[in-house]
Design a protein around this ligand. Structure first.
Ligand SMILES: [Zn+2]
Length: 310
């Protein structure tokens, strides 16, 4: 873990992966799947692996969670390259990106309340589709609450390394999305593309719940002239009720769990053919095996229920 990296150093290593947790609570099995999956995917190619704290939404942050996550990653042998990036310190970069979008006429101020939108929107793939009410008022509207990005009319397609080819009709199914929220905070979508480019990330490996974010991020990358990373969306770990493991569904923290046992459970969850001989192997041995034998083609395309043994 050297100090003060820059994207030039990282790109010298070829591929650059990352893990980008939100410090809203401790790591659970679901977030560990994303951490180990992205780590192994990057290290298998000899690539760098970075960590970024997605603490752009300060009101949702849990005090101490960011440090707790880093200590947990260390315990699990997930050693990152360079310094951790904190989104809360990146406001200048987001302001600049929003200004660029403004200058290109690709965003507009939206004065609608949640209620206005609910009354006029149809349901899309990811909640109500913004009906474009304020679209005619491109520029800096007076009663602006949020800033929205104008999505293209033509389909947006990409090939996910695990889930294959996906095409989205963004105008119909997702709508003009928020890049700066009514409360002044920058939206996740904008922060992520600015930071992935800023960190020189070449491959984004994350949970399949973010698949619908990918077309939004692709159009933002295109609009800002940023490089497009590869995407690989991992299956989600579900609890017995079929809900995604998360802080909201009270998934237990893994901080104090048996690291070798959890590594084995994550690798099996990701479809890797772990030899029986590694049943009692320590974490470091599992990590070495995983980076030498990683087979992304074996990762299941479907999310599934898991009973996690902590
Ligand atoms: Zn509006």
């Amino acid at each position: 873990m050297s100090e003060s990296p820059d994207s030039t150093d990282m790109s010298a290593r070829g591929s650059v992966g990352r893990f980008a947790p939100s410090p809203t609570g401790p790591l659970h099995f679901g977030s560990l799947v994303a951490a180990i999956g992205s780590f192994v995917h990057a290290r298998a190619k000899g690539g760098a692996w970075l960590v970024r704290m997605e603490d752009v939404d300060k009101p949702r942050e849990m005090p101490g969670a960011a440090d707790g996550i880093l200590r947990t990653l260390e315990r699990f042998g997930l050693e990152w390259d360079g310094a951790v990036m904190y989104q809360s310190r990146r406001t200048d970069a987001y302001v600049q990106a929003l200004e660029e979008l403004c200058d290109r006429g690709l965003v507009y101020g939206c004065a609608c309340s949640r209620k206005d939108i609910a009354e006029h929107a149809h349901m899309g793939m990811d909640g109500p589709v913004y009906p474009g009410t304020c679209r005619g008022r491109l520029g800096r509207a007076r009663a602006t609450r949020a800033w929205r990005f104008v999505v293209p009319e033509q389909p947006v397609c990409f090939t996910d390394a695990i889930l294959g080819k996906h095409c989205f009709d963004m105008a119909r199914d997702l709508g003009d999305f928020v890049v700066r929220r009514a409360d002044g905070l920058f939206a996740y979508q904008l922060a992520v593309v600015v930071d992935d480019a800023g960190q020189g990330v070449t491959e984004v490996v994350r949970g399949a719940d973010l698949l619908l974010s990918t077309p939004r991020q692709l159009v933002l990358q295109q609009a800002l002239g940023l490089p497009v990373p590869e995407y690989a969306h991992l299956p989600l770990a579900l609890n017995e009720q079929g809900e995604k493991l998360s802080k909201q569904t009270l998934a237990p923290a893994v901080a104090a769990a048996d690291v070798a046992s959890l590594w084995r459970q994550v690798l099996r969850f990701l479809g890797q053919d772990l030899p029986a001989g590694l049943e009692r192997a320590p974490m470091r041995e599992l990590r070495t095996w995983a980076t030498r034998n990683w087979q992304p083609g074996r990762v299941p395309q479907h999310s599934s229920r898991v009973v996690v043994q902590l």
